[in-house]
Design a protein around this ligand. Sequence first.
Ligand SMILES: Nc1nc(O)c(N)c(N[C@@H]2O[C@H](COP(=O)(O)O)[C@@H](O)[C@H]2O)n1
Length: 463
Amino acid sequence: MSPSPPLLGGAAPAPARAAPSFLPIPIHTRRRVPTTRAAAPSFFPIHARRRVSTTRAAASHSHANDAILLRRAADVADLSAGLTSPHPNFGCVIARPQLDTDSADSRVVGEGFLYAQGTPCAELLAAQEAGEQARGATAYLNLEPGDCYADGTAVGSLVQAGIARVVVGLRHPLKHLRGKAIQALRSEGIQVDVVGEDLQSKLFKEALKSCLIVNAPLLYRAAFHVPYSVLKYAMTADGKIAASSGHASWISGKASRGRVFELRGRSDAVIVGGNTVRFDDPRLTARHVKGHVPVRIVMSQSLNLPEEANLWNVNDAYTIVATQRGARRDFQKKLAMKGVEVVEFDMLNPRGVMSYCYDRGYLSVLWECGGTLAASAISASVIHKIYAFWAPKIIGGLNAPTPVGELGLSQMTQAINLMDVSYEQRVAGAEAGCEDIAPGVIAGGGSAELGEGGAVIVGGRGL
Ligand SMILES: Nc1nc(O)c(N)c(N[C@@H]2O[C@H](COP(=O)(O)O)[C@@H](O)[C@H]2O)n1
């Protein structure tokens, strides 16, 4: 068994043991990368400028200025969430004082982020955008660069651009890369300030949070050798995920389901069990949002699955069926004929499937399963975060399924306390942004103010 991850939102997990280098990613997981962004190395993230709230920083080289621009680097890095695995989300913001004006504000002159595996690094894109204005400027990096292509591009781009100072949010989580780029930059005479080491003030707390959150899946993966797992479910106000008949469409509304598409787009894989395939015939795509299309994984011991199902249409997305060794070999062949990959396990269970996902290089996995598999995944300590969609409806039914099945807990004192709980209200027509859980452990609990549209309750847990 892997060591238990800390409570989600705690301090940045330090690698428990030497982590392996990034694994090659199967081609199929990347085939849906939209060409509009991937094929344009000189892409200028115009939309990044819209999404980042602050366009001008405070006084150059002040802590406030640095913290604002570092957060901006994390926000820019987040633009490719779900697309970079097994690499981190890297963002680079280059800013310089406005010497020709009275303003004490720094001006952003270049930005870039790693779009996907194999695309130019954030530092190169930002330096290209800044051009001559990069000379003497400060570069803000949410994460210390690695050196995936062993060509020193990230460091070389900053050096060649004439960057005078670099502010780094987090050191690289992998042992063999940790500190290397920082050292290389310093040896070139560039001042490098690392948050928590060279820069310590309250102002950096929020900036550091942003840097941690944007790469939470990678940090978990590097520390605990499992993908970062999120369990998502939609339930009625009386805690049911379907009617007694199994019918479940729809519990939540359009806005909530849109949020699920976003979550899928940030994940490398979506997992369901056999019951979900039999009852819901889901598609599990990230349709309606542009971005990454996750691999769909079905866990089924018996392989008692329908001959025809949306998940067998691999034109939508790649599908893997994980099953028990020897199960229905005739059906396995039928699935293979449709292009579905079948993987046999000696003992099919959530931890085994997570190890398999880790070996495939997945950073983050979304569990959209029913209560039985959810309970099994929670018991196996592979779930790190829960998104509970709450709909203001009552369906009743003694046998109507609930989000989490048998956990073997008989006393309320044994209940698993969620940490860092946050609430987001979704009202049709009002698309509010979701505050992600923040590092810094807060004992969970509390109640949400819920209106007509329903809510999302987000929390992590100790495992
Ligand atoms: N967010 C949400 N709201 C509901 O009301 C639901 N019933 C579900 N169910 C999950 O979504 C899957 C269907 O996905 P597709 O729309 O076919 O892509 C279903 O199998 C459940 O996992 N979710």
